[in-house]
Design a protein around this ligand. Structure first.
Ligand SMILES: Cc1ncc(COP(=O)(O)O)c(C=O)c1O
Length: 480
């Protein structure tokens, strides 16, 4: 055995560093979760500077801890309650252990033999989610690499179920899917990847709450038909990305049934509300869907990547891809649930369901509902606070944990108000204490907070508003 390789696999070095790493992370979590002001929520660093730093970086010896410490210092801290930015989960610490464990095992998961426990665990979870959605016993699903890929996979399944494109190609046909203008960009991307071009997207306008105008579906469908398009399905948002608005899934389901269309629900962000007795009403009608995407790495406290794609009729999932791979499986044409790569894009895949399963085993299913209630309630309380501040304008009452608002100064026109809010956000994150994002709604720039961290409180949100006001006043004084 080569000496260097032997040393690189040394279990004792692993044991020592592993203990130190757990200590490092436990100390970090204590600091972050308590909202320690000495810990920057966001390390404001220019990309070129970061590149220079890591190009020149050299670890002194074979102890990896200084490397982990440096990465920690230069990373965004989702566990800090002043983190209110993108829709990435604030993972439960135990999922870190499950991730650590699965990296060491490195089960491949494409075929059953490479992931005996992991494959069965995926099925257990898919069945649980299917039951929560209200699907019948024919439902099943699997984990895949993120909401973007899951939405593409679902739309390919819709195509596989309704056309013969997989075998015969497009044959000059123009297929399309109807989707709210507020849907995540990955839906449009998926349709373009499928070769349907711009014409493949029938965009349905939204109402004042940024929900799909389902009253316009019939007309849009007729118009698309007259233009020579074959509409295959409708995508409902549960919820939308910018404002967290839930489409009327019940109405979409009725429409799809009437016209025999595939009904897909993009529940990447808000599908987890199926676990909340208080908020599952937002998903009323989801049980009529053909396919549903839920990102557990968004609103289920699981680290990236962990996305469930569920099908009401599991057989449809096998129509997405039908290929022979003699080295992987013997019975190419058979619906073997345990050979996951028959239904997924991925061949090699990590133990994606394991972290979620660990949470379930340790904390029970109830924790997911408790988490959703906490962050959705918080958004409502923060919305009330915004309404009490004359200088702030709330975009809409939140359905979920996403809040969009902007600072208003008297005598500023729309363009200047947009510039002001973009300036506020830039200055705010450069100060490193708070992390929020921004979005544009009907051409207006809004500050956007996604309340992902259950340790964030209304008081912390009020601190944010004070900081925003103070930055706004400095910016306004400079430009006066
Ligand atoms: C509604 C919605 N769908 C899909 C996605 C894409 O998911 P992912 O980032 O896991 O690819 C997002 C991401 O924010 C989203 O909000």
């Amino acid at each position: 055995m080569n000496k260097q390789l032997q040393e690189a696999y040394d279990p004792n070095a692993f044991r020592k560093s592993g203990h130190e790493l757990v200590d490092l992370l436990a100390d970090y979590l204590t600091q972050a979760l308590s909202g320690n002001k000495n810990l920057a929520t966001y390390p404001s660093q220019q990309p070129e500077d970061a590149f220079q730093f890591w190009s020149a970086y050299q670890l002194e010896n074979q102890n990896p801890i200084p490397l982990f410490e440096e990465v920690l210092k230069q990373s965004i801290h989702l566990h800090h309650p002043q983190y209110m930015g993108h829709q990435i989960s604030v993972p439960l610490p135990v999922t870190g252990l499950a991730g650590f464990f699965s990296s060491v095992l490195n089960s491949g998961m494409g075929v059953y033999e490479m992931g005996v426990a992991g494959t069965a665990i995926e099925k257990v979870l898919a069945k649980l989610f299917a039951q929560k959605i209200g699907f019948g016993s024919n439902a099943d699903g699997f984990f895949t690499s993120g909401g973007t890929l899951a939405n593409l996979t679902a739309l390919l399944a819709a195509r596989g179920s309704k056309t013969s494109v997989w075998k015969e190609g497009m044959l000059g046909q123009q297929f399309a899917v109807m989707v709210c203008c507020e849907s995540h960009y990955c839906v449009e991307r998926a349709l373009r990847i499928m070769g349907w071009g711009e014409a493949g997207i029938v965009s349905i306008p939204s109402d004042k709450q940024f929900r799909m105008r389902t009253d316009l579906l019939e007309d849009a469908f007729e118009k698309a038909k007259q233009e020579g398009k074959t509409v295959l399905g409708v995508v409902g948002n549960a919820c939308s990305t910018s404002t967290g608005s839930y489409d009327n899934l019940e109405a979409i389901g009725v429409f799809c049934k009437k016209h025999n269309l595939w009904f897909h629900v993009d529940g990447a962000h808000g599908g987890a509300a199926i676990f909340s007795d208080k908020y599952k009403y937002l998903l009323k009608g989801i049980e009529a869907a053909d396919s549903v995407v839920i990102d557990c790495h968004k609103t289920m406290m699981v680290p990236t990547l962990s996305t469930l794609l569920l099908f009401k009729n599991e057989k449809k999932a096998y129509q997405t891809f039908s290929q022979k791979a003699a080295y992987l499986w013997e019975k190419a044409g058979e619906m073997e649930w345990y050979n996951l790569a028959k239904r997924t894009f991925e061949c090699t895949k990590s133990l994606m369901g394991f972290k979620l399963y660990t949470i379930l085993q340790i904390h029970g299913e109830a924790i997911f509902g408790i988490y959703i209630d906490t962050i959705y309630d918080l958004a409502k309380q923060c919305a009330q606070t915004l309404k009490d501040h004359a200088q702030f304008e709330l975009a809409i009452e939140p359905d979920a944990n996403i809040l969009c608002f902007r600072f208003r100064a008297t005598n500023l026109n729309e363009e200047k108000t947009n510039q002001l809010n973009a300036n506020i956000r830039k200055t705010l994150i450069e100060k490193e204490a708070f992390y929020i994002v921004q979005t544009s709604l009907d051409g207006k720039v809004y500050l956007r907070t996604t309340l992902m961290n259950p340790f964030t409180t209304v008081e912390i949100f009020i601190d944010l508003l004070e900081e925003v006001s103070s930055i706004a006043n400095v910016v306004l004084n400079k430009t006066a």
